[in-house]
Write a protein that binds this ligand. Structure first.
Ligand code: GTB
Length: 217
C-alpha cells in the first residue's frame, strides 16, 4: 500500500531538515519503506481537506490505505510497530524504547520549543531579554540529565531505536543555539544519528525540495 506523507511546500528553514516531516522520512528510510510526499502550502494546511487529516492544520500527516495519522510520535510508532528495525524484539526492550519516544516529545522537546519560541517569535518583545537565561537554564537542566543517562553509550538503551530517532530529531533543533555543544556526549550522539545512511537519505530528500525554493515568509 502506498504511504503518503505531507510536508511544507517551502520549509521556513530553507532545507535544514528541522521541520517534522524529516523524522517521519527518517523512520521510513530506516525500515526501507518507500513513500510519496504531498507538499502543502501554509494556506492549504488550514483548509478543510487538510484539516480532515490534521485537526491542528499542520504537517506532517501520514496516509496508508484507510489509515490517516497525525502527530510524529504516533506516526513513527506506527512505522516502528509495522516494520522491523526500529524497536527491539523483546517486550521490555520495546516498552523502554517507547518510553524514550515519549521522553523525547514530552520531557525534552517542550523546553526546546520554549527556547525557539522566545528567540524567533518573541525575540523583539521586551520580556525576552530577562526570560531567555531562565529558559536556557531549563534546557540545560534537561540536557544535563539526558547527558548523564547517556554517558558514553552510543544510544539510549542498547541498539538504535525509534526512541533515539525521536530524541536526535528533537535535539537537532538546538544546534544553532550552541547549547548542545556544552554536552559533548550529546553532540556526538546527535552526530551519530545524522551519520546514519537512513537519516542522510531523509535529509537529502527534504533538501531537494526546500533548497530549490526560497523560504516562505
Ligand atoms: N506535535 C506535532 C507533531 O509532532 O507532529 C507538531 C507538528 C508541527 O509543529 N508542525 C509544524 C507545522 O505544521 C511543522 S514542524 N506548522 C505550521 C502551522 O502550525 O501552521 C515545526 C517546525 C516548523 C518550522 C521549522 N523551521 O523553520 O525551522 C522547524 C520546525
Amino acid at each position: 500500500m502506498t504511504i503518503t506523507i505531507t510536508a511544507f511546500e517551502r520549509s521556513p528553514d530553507g532545507g535544514k531538515g528541522l521541520a517534522r516531516d524529516t523524522r517521519v522520512r527518517w523512520a521510513l528510510e530506516e525500515v526501507g519503506q518507500p513513500y510519496e510526499v504531498r507538499l502543502v502550502s501554509f494556506q492549504a494546511m488550514k483548509e478543510p481537506a487538510h484539516l480532515a487529516l490534521h485537526p491542528f492544520g499542520q504537517i506532517p500527516t501520514y496516509e496508508e490505505g484507510d489509515l490517516a495519522l497525525f502527530e510524529t510520535g504516533a506516526i513513527v510508532f506506527h512505522i516502528a510497530e509495522r516494520h522491523a528495525g526500529l524497536l527491539p524484539r523483546d517486550a521490555n526492550g520495546r516498552a523502554r524504547a517507547v518510553a524514550w519516544m515519549f521522553a523525547a516529545v514530552n520531557s525534552v522537546e517542550p523546553a526546546i520549543l520554549e527556547l525557539v519560541t522566545a528567540k524567533i517569535l518573541e525575540g523583539d518583545k521586551p520580556w525576552t531579554k530577562d526570560r531567555l537565561p531562565l529558559i536556557e537554564d531549563r534546557v540545560r537542566n534537561r540536557l544535563g540529565q539526558l547527558s548523564r543517562r547517556l554517558g558514553d553509550a552510543d544510544w539510549l538503551d542498547g541498539d538504535f531505536s525509534a526512541g533515539d530517532l525521536m530524541m536526535v530529531s528533537v535535539l537537532l533543533r538546538l544546534r544553532s543555539s550552541g547549547l548542545l555543544d556544552e554536552y559533548p556526549n550529546l553532540a556526538a550522539y546527535v552526530a551519530r544519528g545524522e551519520a546514519r545512511p537512513a537519516y542522510k537519505r531523509a535529509f537529502a530528500a527534504q533538501l531537494a525540495i526546500n533548497a530549490a525554493a526560497p523560504p516562505a515568509g
